[in-house]
Design a protein around this ligand. Structure first.
Ligand SMILES: [Zn+2]
Length: 243
């Protein structure tokens, strides 16, 4: 752990970096030679800023293998120049074929959106989630407890953002040109370290336009796939029980 006794002195972190670089070189003498070349990631990860969910770690990928954008609650605001610039670069320059929108259970941003405090800048950021929750409050309140409401909103938010990414002109343009580009919606379980595919995986304009709205989706049963998808409303099992 880095010392916090002197905020101006982060030597602990720099020392850790040296040891890390030495360890990497010892284990793989050409590691940094390879890393100094051009990056050719196959995936764009749009995830939460939560410090516990880092793309390379949970995917077990080396640097250079996944292009990353993160923000609180993995929201895809269509006016967010940061996200749009990253998405455009990933799709148009890096030519990634997979965009993974990945949220996680226990998301503090989602928890904030479900609460009543609206006193911070982050509440503007979370506004689409807040509005969705308020619109469907009766559905959420029919769930057994607050944890179930939080888990469901974490899942629904990911699907909402998959649809938003798929609606950007950047993705639309790639699909119009007939390029292979898939938009995935995944969720990460803090308690077990596992990723779950929530779907739908959108691969074309036709699929995007045929997909039910996120409002309809909330009320639809979801068939289990690989044991990780489940009905969104009924028989909601706390994380881990089904594994
Ligand atoms: Zn989060």
């Amino acid at each position: 752990m880095a010392s916090t006794s002197d905020p101006k002195n982060l030597d602990d972190l720099l020392d850790r970096n040296v040891l890390w670089a030495q360890r990497k070189t010892r284990d793989d003498p050409t590691y940094f030679v390879r890393m100094s070349g051009l990056q050719t990631p196959k995936y764009l990860w749009i995830g939460c800023s939560d410090s516990r969910v880092t793309a390379n770690d949970v995917l077990d990928l080396d640097p250079g293998e996944v292009f990353v954008h993160r923000n609180i609650a993995n929201v895809a605001h269509t006016s967010d120049m940061n996200l749009l610039a990253v998405l455009e670069y990933a799709v148009e320059v890096l030519r990634v074929k997979h965009v993974i929108v990945c949220g996680h259970y226990g998301c503090g941003g989602i928890e904030r959106a479900l609460g009543d405090d609206r006193s911070a800048l982050v509440d503007y950021w979370l506004q689409p989630i807040v509005m969705f929750y308020r619109k469907h409050r009766t559905v959420f309140e029919a769930l057994p407890d607050r944890q179930a409401r939080l888990d469901l909103m974490c899942e629904i938010n990911i699907e909402m953002q998959v649809r938003r990414v798929a609606a950007t002109p950047i993705v639309e343009n790639a699909w119009v040109q007939g390029r292979s580009l898939q938009i995935h919606g995944w969720i990460y379980g803090m308690a077990d370290g596992l990723l779950r595919d929530l779907g739908p995986t959108l691969t074309s304009l036709a699929e995007r336009d045929a997909a039910v709205s996120i409002d309809e989706r909330l009320l639809q049963p979801v068939e289990p796939r690989s044991g990780v998808r489940r009905h969104a409303i009924e028989a909601f099992a706390p994380l881990g029980r089904e594994l």
